[in-house]
Design a protein around this ligand. Structure first.
Ligand SMILES: CC(C)(COP(=O)(O)OP(=O)(O)OC[C@H]1O[C@@H](n2cnc3c(N)ncnc32)[C@H](O)[C@@H]1OP(=O)(O)O)[C@@H](O)C(=O)NCCC(=O)NCCS
Length: 329
């Protein structure tokens, strides 16, 4: 039996820090409101010369080095992002050039904040069926370029970051063991960018109306997120034949500390086994999980043979969860 192990991992966050105190000077908000409602204290903002692909490349170089491979070994690059460099070509194509991974196919996927888990499901399946040997999966977002910095409902929430993993075949039962992907019908309007696509091409009028910015019905998204992340987590645990007490660490999407706490409660895991870094980075969408994975590993929170539960939720509305057994053997 062929499995898909994570053999390399890396992360990148831009240097510039935007604190809640900085935001107090930009919109009608307060550190107290942001911390108690979301758990966020600061977030990173990309420099003018940076973009989603350049951040993704920084994270990918670390992952490639750790895997001990050359960029030329990569068969496929998948970039999960909702904030691409451009509509055409894909951010993955920019990344392919930045990495000189000239043998690799390159494709973007957009499942918003669930994108990395969708990518894990696809990448691991492509490896397990024998189609590819080495897949680079990147979750990268520069949401600061899609946020209306005058809209306090959204601008306090998001940040920029990138995380990457390399997936390769393994003979023993390791890597991505089970995954679950889904989407809730008729919820398209809860989290969206209205203009700039085929439904509503960009025009002077759409820009004047601010329709190129992210808009969100936070309360509604919150309710769906709590339900879907809990249900989906329980499903992948069941399919893996595991119970939550066998999970070393829950790595949830970092959108809101209250969503994370509710998810932990649902799967009956205490918060000391749940990774949280939302205070430092805010919601970096498809990048939250690979960034959290890297930081949790560096903090020694899991090691070879440990089971990890990953779960995410995002625009669409979409959800995704996975159970991983860490290590390559
Ligand atoms: C956005 C979110 C933090 C709002 O928290 P909430 O407890 O639901 O707050 P509400 O939306 O009910 O807003 C409460 C009040 O705070 C106000 N408010 C909103 N943003 C604010 C801010 N940054 N500062 C101060 N007040 C703010 C609202 O206007 C509202 O005022 P009102 O009662 O006078 O109308 C929360 O719903 C959330 O995190 N949702 C998930 C969002 C997400 O991360 N989605 C991404 C994909 S997972």
């Amino acid at each position: 039996m062929r499995y898909a192990a994570i053999t390399g991992w890396g992360m990148y966050v831009p240097q510039q820090i935007l604190t809640n105190a900085d935001l107090e000077r930009m919109v009608d908000t307060s550190d107290e409101w942001i911390v108690t409602r979301t758990g966020i204290r600061e977030r990173r903002i990309g420099a003018p010369h940076e973009s989603t692909s350049t951040m993704g490349a920084e994270a990918a170089r670390i992952a490639i080095k750790r895997a001990g491979i050359s960029p030329l070994d990569i068969d496929l690059i998948i970039v999960a992002t909702a904030s691409p460099d451009k509509p055409i070509p894909s951010t993955a194509c920019f990344l392919q050039s930045l990495l000189s991974a000239s043998r690799a196919g390159a494709v973007d996927i957009n499942a918003a904040c669930s994108g990395f888990i969708y990518g894990l499901g696809m990448a691991s399946s492509l490896i397990r069926c024998g189609a590819f040997n080495t897949v680079l999966l990147v979750g990268a977002e520069m949401l600061s370029r899609y946020v209306n910095w005058k809209d306090r409902n959204t601008c306090v929430l998001f940040g920029d970051a990138a995380g990457a993993v390399v997936l390769q075949p393994a003979d023993s039962q390791t890597g991505v063991l089970t995954f679950d992907l889904g989407a809730i019908p008729e919820t398209h309007d809860l989290l969206k960018v209205d203009a700039g696509g085929s439904r509503c091409p960009a025009s002077h009028e759409t820009v004047e109306r601010g329709e190129h910015y992210i808009r969100m019905e936070g309360k509604e998204v919150f309710k769906h997120a709590v339900r879907a992340m809990g249900d989906s987590s329980l499903k992948v645990l069941h399919e893996a034949g595991l119970t939550s007490d066998q999970i070393k660490l829950l790595i949830p999407h970092q959108a809101n500390l209250r969503i994370i706490e509710a998810t932990a409660k649902r799967v009956e895991m205490s918060m000391d086994r749940v990774f949280v870094n939302i205070d430092k980075y805010g919601n970096t969408s498809a990048a939250t999980i690979p960034v959290a994975l890297c930081e949790a590993y560096d903090q020694g929170l899991f090691s070879d043979g440990d089971y990890l539960l990953l779960t995410a939720f995002g625009g669409g509305l979409t959800w995704g969860s996975a159970v991983i057994r860490w290590g390559t053997s």
